[in-house]
Design a protein around this ligand. Structure first.
Ligand code: MN
Length: 629
């Protein structure tokens, strides 16, 4: 029953509270054209104080770590002098002009830092950074923050490394990410396809075609002489990662380096047999789409050729991950629903109440992203392979090519041919995400069935119909492939659609956001750009080629700093709705059952992690309720 929302005769267009919301939540299509974004961040959409506190904590770690790296890393006495000089400069040279309270606080912190030493355990520094970022609205935009960053940068290490160990210089305080020890292993490389930062790329193939002419001899040299390409294809054991989307993409040059984008093809195979723990193995890589220009490299090629080829796949994967999988297919997708939901659903509507907590902070972080992160001269321009225009287009293509209806998780897995655990036994992202998909769907289904008994009631709810229309409209959310013939005709569809929105805002975003810090933060494991063309693989390559191909130290430092920040901040938790958020007492038992379902999943995933290399990004305790970083 919902007397107030089904069979309603009030036109959705004339509800006065919605009139106000529509003034506040206006669309803008020119920030990342032609994607729908919010024109101006409405009051109440700003980050909370607690969010800024969490960000400041991470910022402090990065700040102290960078300060010590850049000011010499030469022993405590010298660091003390350097820090003192840094602070003096920051004040005298006007890094923080006209902000007496910040200067006063610095004066308090510095002597303490000098006495106590330079651990990251400084609450005072938390507070200071908090007031800096809070005062400037958003840290990346703040003048004082930018001036301090510039001073902080002075003395930073630059240039290509002489040995891999040189990247350790970037971690004088923060421990070097664990991936540093394993990233060159083939097993780790393959595991990233199914449990890494972009675990959505591989597709099952039956053969490779002329585009990627791996020979049986090459295949058998890796997978054994009792196996063959044809047999593996027949048995559903061949998986391809194809980065053809980057073919013809533009190479970036900002800030001052020639960077390269690659369009590789990478073949993986599951070994023969019936062991349920059989792991995917890398077989061959072709570093561009054209086989005439790009030799096929395998684990049997020379050490550095294989290492460069694998790293080229990592680079392509990272350049797909950030604009497409992460920005386009989580942040921007959910942002569209955040706007349409405020504009079309009254705040007492059951669907509004269900979805709203999953939008907290999303418009704010998206607004910050379009202003600073994905703007010219921002982090994406600096670090990723391509030109900023090209990266922005990739985000748009990423979202537009992701039809809403085919984005449902079970459908996605089926489309890529990776849904059958008998064929591809170890796929932690798939297995954990499906548990969560089902739990969310159960909760959404229980909840929606409280308010709608029949499909007819859904069809008669003018608010829901207006919402569905707006999500797709040219002067609305501009999403493709949404609804059933344009509208929402059935209860099942509303349940699926709501599940996908909540899943994307929580589970999917967590899967692709948090590996940014631990995995992508260690630059040699996942460089955001390459610094030599793939054509070097046409000749013998040396260790020094490999090192020159990796990002120089200044780029690596900035990559860690940016990704550590973006991969932190666990602001809220899936299933934890604000107190008394649902006024209807009938919701309480349904919600409790969802929460206990999440607890069971936590236990199941921990158990699974005993039998596979651990995958912890989808532990429910690690999944925020909404996209806010
Ligand atoms: Mn994010």
């Amino acid at each position: 029953m919902t007397a107030s929302f089904t069979n309603n005769s009030i036109s959705a267009a004339t509800n006065p509270s919605l009139e106000i919301a529509r003034q506040q939540y206006k669309y803008n299509y020119s920030y990342i054209p032609p994607i729908a974004m919010v024109d101006e961040l409405p009051d109440g959409e700003d980050f909370s104080t607690r969010w800024f506190c969490l960000l400041a904590q991470e910022l402090k770690m990065i700040f102290v770590n960078t300060l010590i790296t850049n000011r010499g890393n030469r022993g405590s006495q010298s660091i003390r002098d350097d820090v003192k000089n840094f602070i003096l400069e920051a004040i005298l040279k006007g890094a923080i002009p006209a902000n007496i309270s910040v200067i006063a606080r610095l004066m308090q912190i510095v002597p303490q830092m000098l006495i106590r030493g330079f651990s990251t355990d400084f609450r005072e520094l938390d507070d200071l950074l908090f007031s800096l970022v809070k005062e400037s609205g958003l840290l990346i935009l703040g003048d004082s923050f930018q001036r301090i960053t510039k001073l902080l940068d002075r003395g930073k290490p630059t240039g290509h490394v002489k040995s891999l160990a040189d990247y350790q210089k970037l971690f004088p305080i923060i421990p070097t990410p664990a991936i540093a020890k394993t990233f060159q292993d083939d097993a780790e490389f393959a595991y990233m396809r199914v449990a890494g930062y972009n675990p959505v790329m591989i597709e099952r193939v039956t053969n490779l075609g002329e585009r990627f002419p791996v020979s049986d001899a090459q295949y058998q040299a890796v997978m054994g002489s009792d196996d063959s390409l044809a047999l593996a294809g027949e048995e559903g054991r061949l998986y391809l990662a194809d980065y053809g989307i980057f073919n013809g993409g533009l190479n970036g040059t900002f800030p001052s380096y020639q960077k390269y984008l690659y369009a590789p093809l990478a073949l993986f195979a599951v070994p023969k047999g019936s062991n349920p723990n059989r792991l995917l193995q890398p077989v061959a890589i072709q570093c561009g789409q054209n086989p005439e220009e790009n030799p096929i490299i395998t684990p049997k090629s020379s050490e550095y050729a294989w290492l460069i080829a694998k790293t080229i796949v990592q680079i392509a994967d990272a350049n797909f991950h950030e604009p497409v999988t992460h920005l386009g297919r989580t942040h921007l997708l959910v942002g569209t629903f955040a706007i349409a939901t405020h504009r079309q659903l009254p705040n007492s509507h059951p669907l509004y109440l269900l979805l709203k907590p999953h939008f907290e902070g999303t418009l704010a972080i998206n607004d910050a992203a379009q202003r600073a992160l994905i703007a010219p001269l921002g982090g994406v321009d600096t670090l990723l392979s391509s030109t900023i225009d090209n990266s922005r287009v990739l985000a748009v293509v990423g979202l537009q090519s992701y039809g809403f209806n085919s984005a449902m998780l079970p459908k996605q897995l089926r489309q890529r041919g990776v849904d059958d655990p008998n064929l591809l036994p170890v796929y932690p992202y798939r297995d954990d995400a499906l548990l969560l998909w089902d739990a969310i769907r159960q909760w959404v289904s229980d909840y929606i069935k409280l308010y709608y008994n029949t499909d007819q009631e859904i069809q008669n709810d003018a608010y829901i119909q207006a919402w569905a229309e707006e999500v797709q409209a040219y002067n609305g959310g501009r999403l493709t492939d949404f609804g059933e013939d344009g509208g929402i005709k059935t209860r099942e569809y509303l349940i699926d659609a709501s599940t996908l929105i909540i899943f994307t805002a929580s589970v999917q975003h967590a899967a692709v956001n948090f590996p940014q810090k631990d995995v992508m933060g260690y630059t040699p494991a996942v460089p955001l750009a390459g610094y030599l063309p793939a054509s070097i693989l046409k000749r013998e390559v040396t260790e020094q080629d490999y090192l020159n191909f990796l990002p120089p130290l200044d780029q690596a430092q900035q990559q860690y700093n940016l990704l550590a920040l973006l991969g932190s901040v666990y602001y809220n938790k899936l299933g934890e709705y604000p107190q008394k958020h649902f006024p209807d007492p009938k919701v309480e038992p349904l919600l409790r059952s969802f929460q206990s379902h999440l607890e069971e999943i936590e236990t199941t995933i921990k158990k699974r992690n005993r039998d596979r290399p651990p995958y912890e990004y989808l532990l429910p305790s690690q999944i925020p309720q909404s996209i806010n970083i």
